[in-house]
Design a protein around this ligand. Structure first.
Ligand SMILES: Cc1cc2nc3c(=O)[nH]c(=O)nc-3n(C[C@H](O)[C@H](O)[C@H](O)COP(=O)(O)OP(=O)(O)OC[C@H]3O[C@@H](n4cnc5c(N)ncnc54)[C@H](O)[C@@H]3O)c2cc1C
Length: 476
């Protein structure tokens, strides 16, 4: 038998796309049911960037991979609030050039730059986006100092944080979706069903009317709705649509920011395991940007595993070590394919030759920043990497680097259901309605036509607010 729910609008997923969508619709008086596969975990209930957090709030404990040469490891939040609960909170608007590229390349209607930036203003105020009031962490300060010593452009990236204790940076509280848009949606009457996965939508001649779900105990649940808005993220939105029989361009254009990492050891304690650096180096942007990563001791061990036999002794000095990354804009593309009988889709990604070269250049330049910042030893993340102690070792790094031997990863996934009025390149219309359907919408990172070249959450949220408002207007 199982449980049954009725609602006006079903929203699948409660992350950066789903939560603002739920708030806008519920506040407009629509009867909204949000279904989220992961659990509700209050901010502060687990230590940020810890292995426990990966266990509870990440999909597959953070271990998922897009196959390719090399394969790319990717992580996704899987909890109420999605990626916003676990991410670094670094806020960047898309550039005007990016917005223009999207508008022109995908024929996106009603997408004026000024309107979009006004939505970004709204997101910034709703999430209290601001810079750190007090001192930066030592690892962030090192990155800043290294860039300054080389004369390379860098800045502090603001975050969605409040600081209840004034300039005590450690008191910062992340303004994720469980603290902002989800409580707003619930206050306006939205229902939120966590620990429940949407397996399939029943679609008849382009019209969806029912969803089949599985609850935490594995029991069946059904939901009948008038409209469905899929916000399950760039991997699981296309997978759900494909499981529901919708195909076309869906899942084909996966875009990511591929990233390579290194660990840097300084002569003094720099490790703050529950925070990440807020500085980024933008000298080579948008092609390349450098920043700091989570540096929990377990993650440092992971960063050393590529050349464990030469680097393993360093792990005992973990308080002196922090992890940094070089992220690139990629010309490659990937694909998400739901496979019958499998729970997770098959994800593939193809880096181009240029992408592989830029990854190598990026790692060498990031190593240069670390040396300029006073690092005593740098441990790059690729098989048979040398330990870099000086500029001479940098040449060895460049000689030995091979992208296929590198641990490439990403946390920025998008573009699997691109929006726009050009059906040659888009899979949903300019406001996210999936082509070939009259009531199946997407409203998350899948809609971004390509990777924005900056941290994407601001773009995802602004697009979600825009489309949710259009949905409400159309309903009226
Ligand atoms: C570790 C990490 C660090 C990051 N750092 C930053 C940063 O500093 N700045 C930035 O701008 N961006 C950052 N990002 C990226 C940012 O979090 C994402 O771009 C954003 O969350 C994408 O929003 P979304 O709504 O598309 O997907 P998500 O936020 O991932 O939400 C999708 C939700 O849908 C749920 N779901 C999936 N399938 C189903 C289903 N079948 N049924 C029900 N629910 C389902 C998932 O559990 C998830 O909660 C980071 C991401 C990660 C993982």
């Amino acid at each position: 038998m199982g449980t049954h729910h009725d609602c006006d609008v079903l929203i699948v997923g409660s992350g950066a796309g789903g939560a603002p969508t739920a708030a806008v619709l519920a506040e407009a008086g629509l009867d909204v049911l949000v279904v989220e596969e992961g659990p509700w975990v209050d901010q502060g209930a687990v230590t940020p960037f810890s292995l426990e957090q990966m266990e509870r709030q990440y999909r597959n404990g953070g271990l998922t991979v897009a196959l390719g040469r090399p394969s790319i490891a990717y992580t996704e939040g899987r909890c109420a609030g999605g990626g916003t609960e676990v991410n670094s909170g670094l806020y960047r608007r898309p550039s005007e050039q990016t917005l223009e590229r999207w508008r022109e390349g995908w024929a996106i209607r009603d997408f004026a730059t000024g309107d979009f930036m006004a939505l970004c203003d709204e997101v910034e105020s709703a999430l209290s986006v601001q810079t750190v009031p007090g001192r930066h962490t030592p690892a962030s300060e090192r990155l800043r100092a290294g860039a300054a010593a080389l004369g390379w452009a860098h800045d502090e990236i603001p975050r969605w944080m409040t600081y209840p204790e004034g300039d005590d940076a450690e008191s910062g509280q992340r303004q994720s979706m469980t603290r902002t848009y989800l409580p707003r949606a619930i206050a306006a009457g939205a229902r939120v069903l966590t620990d429940t996965r949407v397996d399939r939508l029943i679609v008849d001649r382009g019209h969806a009317f029912r969803a089949e779900l599985t609850d935490a105990e594995g029991g069946p649940v059904t939901v009948d709705f008038a409209d469905v808005i899929v916000c399950a993220g760039a991997i699981h939105s296309p997978a759900l649509l494909q499981r529901s029989g919708l195909r076309g361009l869906i899942g084909r254009g996966l875009a990511v920011h591929p990233t390579v990492k290194l660990a840097a050891r300084f002569g003094e304690a720099v490790n703050v395991s529950d925070d990440v650096p807020v500085h980024q180096v933008k000298e080579f942007a948008p092609e390349l940007s450098f920043g700091g990563s989570a540096s929990h001791p377990g993650l440092i061990a992971l960063a050393l595993t590529d050349a464990w036999s030469t680097m393993r002794d360093a792990i005992t000095a973990w308080p002196e070590i922090a992890v940094y990354y070089a992220a690139i804009t990629s010309q490659g593309r990937g694909r998400v394919q739901a496979l019958p009988g499998f729970r997770d889709p098959l994800v593939t990604y193809r880096l181009t030759r240029r992408d592989r070269d830029v990854l190598g250049r990026g790692l060498a330049r990031l190593t240069q920043v670390m040396l300029a910042a006073g690092a005593r030893e740098v441990y790059p993340s690729f098989r048979h990497a040398p330990i870099v102690r000086n500029r001479a070792d940098l040449a060895t790094l460049s000689d030995r680097f091979s992208a296929t031997a590198a641990s490439v990863m990403t946390v920025h996934l998008c573009s699997t259901v691109p929006m726009g009025d050009d059906p040659e390149v888009a899979a949903a219309d300019s406001h996210g309605r999936v082509f070939g359907t009259d009531n199946v919408h997407v409203n998350d990172a899948s809609l971004l036509p390509d990777a924005p070249g900056v941290n994407p959450q601001a773009s995802v949220m602004a697009v979600a607010l825009r489309n949710a408002r259009r949905f409400v207007e159309a309903r009226r």
